[in-house]
Design a protein around this ligand. Structure first.
Ligand code: ACO
Length: 259
């Protein structure tokens, strides 16, 4: 697993307790603003989690989940600047590497839960969108700020955003960069669960308990199946259901044989 000191350098903390890994955005004095190192650190966590981990919780230390990209990244504050795009291939590779900090959260091996509170901005909002389930505190303030800064959201967030709220609402949210509060987030499906701020940890604990109570193989197969559903035709999805179910039936039969 990743050395704690390297993660701390990237503004991250990782706690692994049996089947549950908790990734903490841990730069509260900067509202958990994220640097390139943070995204690379997230990708390394994704690659190195032990095989027993079944649920990954992401949460933020301090008053906010995350204020998005550390604004010093625009001025080379980390000794490394955003590419200027003149070399398409190099810029493409640079962004692709940062996106790896997000894509692993879709891996069917884990169910990923974002516990969000306070400000959830830009790259922070996209991190929450990369997770399977969002549990929000009632003080949550979601904002897709990138277009207001002349950018597009490029940390894997546009696909889940459109899938959740539809293209028209996604356009309105992104191009106005307005803030979505808890009640609207729940109504739009941007948060599956909304609880009072002081109840967030308990709500996440309860959810994690329920997720762990499910048969591990069924959980992996079900996430894999559901993630395919939006892309597949009905015929393809029916075939995927049959394939996954046959896998489950075989595994259950094998378990019975082994007594
Ligand atoms: N990058 C770097 N530093 C930040 C960031 C950030 N994104 N957000 C907050 N900080 C720092 C502040 O500069 C401040 O530092 P200081 O104590 O040295 O003055 C400290 O964190 C606390 O921030 P405050 O603004 O004092 O906290 P407050 O709770 O009043 O406001 C808020 C929080 C709303 C998040 C505000 O800090 C803010 O608007 N930040 C910028 C958000 C932003 O534009 N993010 C980029 C989105 S686009 C993308 O992610 C790709």
């Amino acid at each position: 697993m990743e050395p704690a000191a390297d993660l701390a350098e990237a503004g991250l903390r990782l706690e692994v307790d049996g089947a549950v890994a908790t990734v903490v955005l841990d730069r509260p004095e900067r509202r958990n603003a994220m640097t390139f190192a943070t995204w690379r650190g997230l990708a390394r966590i994704g690659r190195s989690l032990p095989p027993q981990v079944r649920v990954v919780v992401l949460r933020g230390e301090g008053p906010s989940f995350s204020a998005g990209i550390d604004l010093s990244m625009f001025s080379g504050g980390s000794g490394e600047s955003l590419p200027d795009g003149s070399d398409f291939a190099a810029s493409d590779a640079f962004i692709a590497e940062l996106q790896e900090g997000y894509t692993w959260l879709r891996d069917p091996r884990f169910v990923t839960v974002a516990a969000i509170h306070g400000h959830v901005i830009g790259g922070g909002f996209q991190l929450a969108l990369a997770c399977d389930i969002r549990v929000a505190a009632d003080d949550v303030k979601l904002c897709m700020k990138e277009p207001a800064l002349g950018l597009v959201p490029d940390l894997t967030g546009t696909k889940p955003l459109v899938e959740i709220v539809g293209v028209n609402r996604a356009l309105e949210l992104c191009l106005t960069a307005r803030t979505v509060l808890a009640e609207e987030a729940r109504r739009l499906g941007l948060a599956e669960i909304v609880v009072p701020r002081e109840g967030l940890d308990d709500a996440v604990r309860e959810l994690v308990g329920s997720l762990l109570a499910v048969n591990p193989g069924a959980a992996v197969a079900t996430k894999r199946l559901l993630l395919e559903a939006t892309e597949n035709t009905l015929a393809e999805q029916c075939a995927a259901e049959r394939r996954e179910q046959i896998g489950r039936l075989r595994e259950m039969a094998e378990a019975r044989r082994q007594g």
